[in-house]
Design a protein around this ligand. Structure first.
Ligand code: GDP
Length: 175
């Protein structure tokens, strides 16, 4: 079964990316974190093969509140049958939670593509992005690192291209 999981801490742009990938507004984006309560599935069928996109609820490190614990659990369990992971980080903001999300991905055998989002908004902040990337890529051997703007669609085609190449033969990637 070929799930393509889009994971990352809240507010990095997972829903926005999913919308771009599907070419339609199927999920909810908001400035407020934790608004993506449900796994919203985007399904692409080609012949007998199906790729299902899941937008995992934010993986929360701060587990003080029960809702966070719940969301964490569903996010982790949804990754057990995954064909590929698109790990999204916000290129404009260093956040140690990215490391925590990465730790959760450690046991996953599937290829992981690192999508560095919001490059449209980086501007003068290159000094933020580069150390961020250095740390992340030293901790995991990503299949590919792709800078993107989910909002404007920049490099989303490249991301899809890499994703197609990384997926097993029996799993199709949209479109
Ligand atoms: P999620 O919680 O990871 O699903 O994040 P969302 O998709 O809801 O996005 C969080 C916020 O970041 C929203 O205000 C988006 O408009 C904004 N955002 C997402 N992608 C981009 C991007 O590529 N560039 C910029 N500048 N903002 C983005």
């Amino acid at each position: 079964c070929g799930f393509v999981a889009i994971v990352g801490r809240p507010n990095v742009g997972k829903s926005t990316l999913l919308n771009q990938l599907l070419g339609q507004k199927v999920s909810i984006t908001s400035k407020k974190p934790q608004t993506t309560r449900h796994r919203i599935l985007g399904i692409h069928t080609e012949g007998e093969y199906q790729t299902i996109y899941i937008d995992t609820p934010g993986l929360h490190i701060e587990e003080k509140r029960a809702i966070n614990r719940l969301m964490n659990r569903s996010a982790s369990s949804s990754l057990s049958d995954v064909a590929m992971v698109i790990f999204v980080v916000d290129g404009t903001r260093w956040n140690a939670d990215d490391d925590m999300v990465l730790n959760k991905l450690r046991n996953i055998k599937a290829p992981i593509i690192l999508a560095v989002n919001k490059i449209d908004n980086i501007g003068e902040k290159d000094e933020v992005l580069l150390p961020h990337l250095k740390v992340l890529s030293s901790k995991y051997d990503f299949t590919q690192i792709v800078p993107i703007s989910a909002k404007h669609g920049t490099n989303v085609d490249k991301l899809m291209e890499w994703a197609k190449q990384s997926l097993p033969d029996n799993v199709f990637f949209f479109p």
